[in-house]
Design a protein around this ligand. Structure first.
Ligand code: FPP
Length: 236
């Protein structure tokens, strides 16, 4: 795909369908997650190739804690392995890693790996890969409201000072551009508590394929669809 001014700066993805991908093959669900991690590698490379600045992936939602303990464990182990293996790649490819969500709820090993890689890659500039982990938009928004209320109660701000810009500065995504394109795989037409504030003006592309089958060409196609849409931000 030729470079274009219309390439989204920020792509956010709801990676859905790992379980169904595995079930179709008679495999355990963790095999679907493992194959999904391969898609993560390929899609982050494709984003660099396209010149996308931010890629945010919904890797583990607040609700995912309610899955069977063995599946949660398998996902955390996969994440640990991904972080260890990906660390070299992040260095080589100049990728900055960030995380959003209730990171404090993650197992200590995962949290430590994550924070050390985030610190190590802080100055990288080819792509910012944002992992949403133990993330829920309602939790994020209520935490922002709580922090503003505490500041108001302490007399640091007035209620009238609270506008969209100040509010956004208290979200986990403070300082990041809003997603221009939101992709969800596996054909489901839901947002599932993902970036509710930030996707106000995002173009939404729903792809039928399950996440482990979503690869470079599928991303290029989603970006093509994004480019073909006329974006008006509510104006005529
Ligand atoms: C949704 O599929 C996917 C997840 C809950 C987790 C996403 C995790 C990965 C892609 C692998 C690891 C990620 C990283 C960053 C290493 P599902 O299990 O809800 O599928 P289903 O709807 O078919 O059951």
């Amino acid at each position: 795909m030729p470079a274009s001014a219309d390439i989204p700066r920020h792509i956010a993805i709801i990676m859905d369908g790992n379980g169904r991908w595995a079930a179709e093959r008679g495999l355990p669900r963790r095999e679907g997650h493992r194959a999904g991690a391969e898609s993560v590698r390929e899609i982050s490379d494709a984003c660099i190739e396209l010149g996308v600045e931010y890629l945010t992936l919904y890797a583990f939602s607040s609700e995912n804690w309610n899955r069977p303990a063995h599946e949660v464990r398998a996902l955390m182990e996969l994440l640990d392995r991904f972080l260890v293996e990906k660390a070299k790649d992040l260095r080589k490819k100049n990728i900055r890693l960030l995380a959003i969500g209730q990171i404090e709820r993650l197992p200590e090993k995962t949290r430590k790996l994550l924070t050390s890689i985030i610190a190590e890659t802080a100055n990288h500039s080819a792509l910012t890969l944002v992992l949403a982990l133990s993330y829920g938009a309602r939790e994020e928004i209520t935490a922002a409201a709580r922090s503003l209320a505490a500041d108001a109660a302490a007399g640091k701000i007035q209620a009238a000072d609270i506008d969209a810009q100040l509010f956004a500065s208290r979200l986990d995504t403070a300082g990041m551009p809003d997603p221009d394109l939101l992709v969800r795989t596996s054909g489901e037409m839901r947002i599932s508590n993902f970036l509710l504030w930030q996707i106000s003006y995002a173009e939404i592309v729903i792809v039928k394929k399950f996440w482990p089958d979503f690869r470079r060409n599928d991303l290029l196609q989603a970006v093509r669809e994004y480019e073909q849409r006329h974006r008006r931000f509510g104006a005529l």
